[in-house]
Design a protein around this ligand. Structure first.
Ligand code: PMP
Length: 342
């Protein structure tokens, strides 16, 4: 029998994206509730965004927006870039990413190792400013013939990945017994995709938003008002200064605003108590999930996410020196780990 050529064989990598484990939190106070964590950190690129890296590339290939050998361009906090670079480089595409300068060095080094071209831009400017990461990516795409601007904030293949993979996995893993899901929102692909699935599969499932202090999303959920100005926050990957076009918050019933301090403390507590090394947005989600759980008067089954691995925040949130510099701990216990690595 003729052997298929390498190009016809889907890389083993694809079978590793998704189908992530779900574990119960057993060593933190969850009030009367059972709280489960979907470990998206176990995806091969280390985050929930591998799912949309694959789905956005395959959708663009199908509808002809991404020709063989073409260029993929994206504005990203890092994780979408990692998903796109991981899948895209294997498929032979050039990958160009615009990343705001507040994002962890580990993510940028990982992107470079994957062969992506990186443009670092300012974190302290908003939409409409030429150096704003999304505006800059759109401009680079317009100036690059034959390029595909993935544009996760507008791309229907983003929520679709969560509607068709993340959501049914959760529903099966929970044995069809689920009361609430706590989500963070950046591009809003996760909240929109999960909402669409559960609207049909289990409309009683309550959605809870975990939002960093400074983001405009929680206020939007509570009041419908879109604030004109936003604050700044150090947690990466969630919170927004605008409402992404793909956002659907219609199923979100509660929103918690979580300060950086509480997010970082909670992520560090998760590592100490459960041995799970999670990223900064997980701290925000878990803090909101714990508040929600402790406020309940009857037992509920609740799911939230470990959105990405904590290995990409070792020089920041898990580094006492950095935490001290940010005024987030009183005194460094371990010294500044950056001195060790130079
Ligand atoms: N957590 C992290 C670490 C992320 O990088 C992202 C995506 N930017 C999210 C959560 C939010 O997911 P979504 O874009 O689907 O709203």
């Amino acid at each position: 029998m003729p052997q298929p050529s390498a190009a016809q064989v889907p890389p083993a990598l694809y079978s590793l994206i998704g189908n992530t484990p779900l574990v119960e939190v057993t060593r933190l106070d969850t009030g009367p509730c059972c709280l489960f964590l979907k470990l998206e950190s176990q995806n091969p690129g280390g985050s929930i965004k591998d799912r949309i890296g694959l789905s956005m590339i395959e959708a663009a290939e199908r509808d002809g927006r991404l020709p063989p050998g073409g260029t993929i361009i994206e504005a990203t906090a890092g994780n979408t870039g990692l998903g796109l670079a991981l899948v895209g480089r294997i498929k032979g595409y050039r990958v160009v990413l615009v990343v705001p300068d507040k994002m962890a060095t580990e993510k940028v080094l990982h992107l470079k190792a994957l062969g992506a071209e990186i443009h670092i831009t300012r974190s302290d400017v908003g939409k409409g400013h030429p150096e704003y990461y999304q505006d800059l990516a759109a401009r680079i795409a317009a100036d690059t013939p034959g390029s595909f601007y993935a544009d996760q904030f507008n791309n229907p293949a983003n929520p679709l990945a969560h509607e068709t993979t993340t959501a049914p996995e959760i529903w099966e893993q929970m044995g069809h017994q689920l009361d609430a899901i706590v989500v963070g929102a950046g591009s809003c692909g996760t909240v929109t995709g999960l909402s669409r699935y559960f609207e049909k599969a289990a409309p009683d499932v309550v959605f809870v938003l975990a939002d960093p202090q400074g983001s405009i999303l929680a206020e939007y959920v509570h009041t419908g008002r879109i604030a004109e100005t936003s604050g700044s926050w150090a947690v990466e990957g969630i919170g927004e200064d605008f409402i992404p076009p793909i956002a659907d918050f219609s199923r979100v019933r509660h929103a918690y605003t979580i300060a950086d301090q509480e997010s970082f403390d909670t992520a560090r507590e998760l590592l100490a108590a459960e041995g799970i090394l999670a990223g900064s947005s997980t701290g925000t989600l878990l803090a909101a999930a714990l508040r929600f759980c402790r406020e309940q008067t009857v037992p509920k089954r609740v799911v939230t996410f470990v959105c990405d691995t904590g290995t990409r925040y070792l020089s920041k949130m898990y580094n006492d020196g950095w935490m001290f510099d940010q005024g987030l701990i009183q005194r460094p216990r371990m010294g500044d780990l950056r001195d060790l690595i130079g």
